[in-house]
Design a protein around this ligand. Structure first.
Ligand code: NAI
Ligand code: MG
Length: 357
């Protein structure tokens, strides 16, 4: 079997961690007996923008649409391209164009990683944030009136559709039903946001009826954020709309250690289009070019990619290798993990561990 993967390193440390991700993916392919054909693309970065005045080629959907998956580094170089242009012009365009309506972020406290939360050790934190990725608060509908006067007024609309809400809830409930604890929490704020959030609650409650084996409850986003920090162990699957999901999916990984290790997937569950796998972190201009970026977020995203392509054993092998190296090889760890190592030393150690099976 041969999986074809389009690779987009992007900017900054994206270019440094992607090669380590590929090294580990190829190691996994070698051990588990499948082929991985990768093709690299040089768009979605500041250099491309300087040459073409845009982040993606006009035919990007045709160029990327035939691949089995997309492996993405990070985009953003604020000195050259304003951040809202680089994100809306590339990543957000791809997420919407390929209808990647689920943003999935596993949050697990791994052995060898210290949580910033007191009293939490390996195994104590293990949940998944499922974020709606295509609608909600992130709309371009709205505007300003009476600009420049003291009556200046700004409106920004939230868009919820029944299809859009139900499909992400269904994905989250299916996920919860397949996990041992079978628990789901949905994020809301229906006590304050009086139109969209009651609708979200209504659809979630209706979906819960169809999953009698899953215990479901809701938390308002404010207390939910507090409980992520105080009692993260109680969560299993957490589903949220676009805005709350964005916040939770950064807060969650932060509770489980450095942002350098957190993975994410932008999934088109219908498989009409390829899904995109990328670390949670950005291009980190402050450390780019020094070879010290932590490659684990990229490598773990690679494991999610394999899982999506049906290579469950290879995916599990990659995550096990990550844990083993984090816990047992302090001399190869990058500075953010308190080690003296480099992007390459950590990537190579994990690849060797994968190859050792
Ligand atoms: P960032 O995630 O790039 O960096 C935040 C902090 O974490 C920095 O101090 C950085 O050095 C550190 N860090 C991040 N990844 C690391 C790693 N792998 N190893 C060690 N340390 C790491 O977020 P920031 O600074 O807000 O944004 C920088 C640029 O990245 C901006 O242009 C932003 O728009 C873009 N960005 C892109 C994302 C994407 O492509 N999905 C996501 C977030 C930001
Ligand atoms: Mg974010």
């Amino acid at each position: 079997q041969c999986h074809r993967v389009a690779v987009i390193p992007g900017d900054g440390i994206g270019r440094e961690v992607v090669p380590e991700g590929l090294r580990c993916l190829q190691a996994a392919a070698g051990v588990h007996g499948f082929m991985l054909e990768t093709v690299e693309f040089g768009f979605a970065c500041a250099e491309y923008w300087q040459r073409h005045g845009e982040l993606l080629p006009p035919d990007w959907k045709d160029v990327l649409g035939g691949y089995d998956a997309l492996f993405f580094g990070a985009v953003g170089w604020p000195e050259v391209v304003p951040d809202h242009i680089s994100l809306w012009g590339s990543l957000l365009e791809i997420r919407r164009g390929f209808d990647q309506y689920v943003n999935l972020r596993p949050v697990r406290l791994l052995r060898g990683v210290r949580s910033p939360l007191r009293d939490h050790g390996p195994g104590d934190i293990d949940f998944v944030v499922v974020r709606e990725n295509t609608e909600g608060e992130y709309s371009r509908i709205g505007g300003r009136i009476f600009e420049g006067t003291d009556r200046e007024t700004v409106l920004q609309e939230t868009v919820l559709t029944r299809i859009g809400v139900d499909r992400v809830l269904r994905y989250a409930f299916d996920l919860a039903a397949a996990r041992p604890r079978r628990h789901l929490t949905w994020a809301t704020k229906s006590n304050g946001i009086a139109v969209s959030m009651p609708y979200w609650d209504e659809r979630a409650a209706a979906m819960a009826q169809r999953y009698p084996d899953v215990t479901a409850d809701k938390d308002h986003i404010d207390i939910l954020a507090a409980k992520f920090v105080l009692r993260p162990g109680q969560y299993d699957v957490v589903v949220a709309g676009n805005l709350f999901g964005d916040i939770l999916s950064d807060l969650g990984p932060a509770c489980a250690g450095t942002i350098g290790i957190a993975p994410s997937a932008n999934i088109n569950p219908d498989r009409t289009w390829p899904s995109l796998f990328e670390p949670v972190h950005g291009s980190a201009p402050d450390i780019a070019g020094r070879g010290i970026a932590n490659p684990v977020g990229q490598i773990w995203s690679g494991a999610m990619l394999l899982d999506h392509l049906g290579e469950q054993a290879a995916a599990a092998g990659m995550v096990a290798a990550i844990e083993k190296v984090l816990a047992g090889r302090p001399e190869v760890l990058t500075p953010d993990l308190g080690g003296p190592g480099t992007t390459e030393s950590l990537g190579k150690a994990i690849a060797e561990e994968i190859a050792a099976g």
